[in-house]
Design a protein around this ligand. Structure first.
Ligand code: MN
Length: 342
């Protein structure tokens, strides 16, 4: 059984097809790190880190400087004892995307070594999932146009970014719902509302007879009381995303009864904390969705296998690779519109 002899980081920049606008942030490109784990028998495993300054305080250029140190930490380790590698990389609290990419690269190498797909190593709960696709912040007219395009591509769940302008946000959601009948909606405020604004938003939408499947991160990340206030006054389920990075965050959210849903992202938690969050949420009766940062197909592959293996998610928001200019496809999965298969 192979031992790790080398780990390499490669900086990769991917351009968005069009600038991706969410609350207080416009992304033109994603700067990711391809992580390669090499075994003494020549087998390789790949992972990807998609660092987020907005959520994790990370910068890819700074993370690249950790390559040699990480290699020293995990060189010589046997893949079968991957929990040891999880423990070492759990220390990467200020580099969670690196933690995710390394933990996945190790699973990918193990998968190659034993000839079993990662989703099967993780439990093989499902062999297909369906993802949503996202409408970024824009004029109401452009947002409706984009939503109709997404609906026509076959997507049944449309994610809508809001919160820079309450009145316009309400108008955008109502018009999108009118133009894309039969779809479900996840609405993501990316921390941009006060609790009172958030309640006004959902109550107005509800009063017009429109349904929202998940209202994501209405208030700032550390405002747990605010999340709880919104949860108990909202007619729709409320999710934590930016508030839920580690398993410790999720433990506090559950204890506070602050949310109905947790949005797990490997780039916030790595595989190790994501696995813990799945078990904790299942135990507490909190529902789960899975999301992404700016991963290419290589990084989305990680979340696809995690979602299929655990079978833990009611909603899948794994669309970043669809929003980036198409490059060589690196996923170990197939995709037809919203439907993802292994
Ligand atoms: Mn979100």
């Amino acid at each position: 059984m192979g031992k790790i002899v080398d780990v390499t980081f490669t900086l990769k920049t991917y351009k968005y097809e069009k600038p991706f606008h969410i609350t207080n942030s416009i992304s033109k490109e994603a700067t990711n790190i391809e992580i390669k784990v090499i075994l003494d028998n020549g087998i390789t495993g790949y992972g990807e880190a998609s660092p987020s300054y907005r959520v994790n305080g990370e910068r890819a250029e700074a993370l690249m400087a950790m390559e040699q140190f990480i290699k020293e930490q995990i060189a010589g380790r046997d893949l079968r004892d991957y929990r040891h590698i999880f423990e070492i990389t759990d220390k990467l609290l200020s580099a969670p995307s690196i933690k995710a990419g390394i933990q996945y690269a190790v699973m990918d190498a193990l998968s190659e070594e034993i000839g079993l797909e990662v989703y099967r190593i993780l439990g093989g709960a499902k062999d297909t999932i369906e993802t949503d696709k996202t409408v970024g912040i824009d004029t109401v007219e452009n947002m409706v146009k984009e939503a109709v395009k997404i609906r026509n591509e076959g997507f049944n769940v449309i994610k809508i970014k809001v919160s820079e302008d309450l009145k316009k946000d309400i108008e955008a959601v109502l018009q999108i719902a009118e133009a894309t009948k039969g779809a479900e909606y996840i609405v993501d405020a990316n921390m941009g509302y006060t609790p009172k604004e958030a309640i006004h938003f959902v109550k107005t939408i509800y009063s017009k007879g429109v349904d929202i499947a998940i209202f994501e991160q209405p208030v700032p990340a550390h405002h747990i009381d605010g999340l709880k206030f919104v949860r108990f006054h909202s007619p729709f389920p409320v999710a934590a995303d930016e508030s839920a990075r580690t398993k410790y965050d999720v433990f506090r959210l559950i204890k506070s009864e602050a949310v109905d849903f947790i949005n797990i992202k490997l780039m916030k938690s790595g595989l190790s904390d994501a696995l813990a969050i799945v078990e904790m949420a299942n135990t507490a009766g909190v529902k789960l969705m899975i999301g992404c940062m700016g991963e290419s197909s290589l990084g989305i592959n990680q979340s696809v296998h995690f979602a299929l293996g655990t079978g833990a998610f009611l909603y899948h928001d794994l669309d970043s690779h669809l929003m980036l200019i198409k490059e060589e496809f690196r996923g170990k999965f197939r995709q037809e519109g919203p439907r993802i298969f292994v």
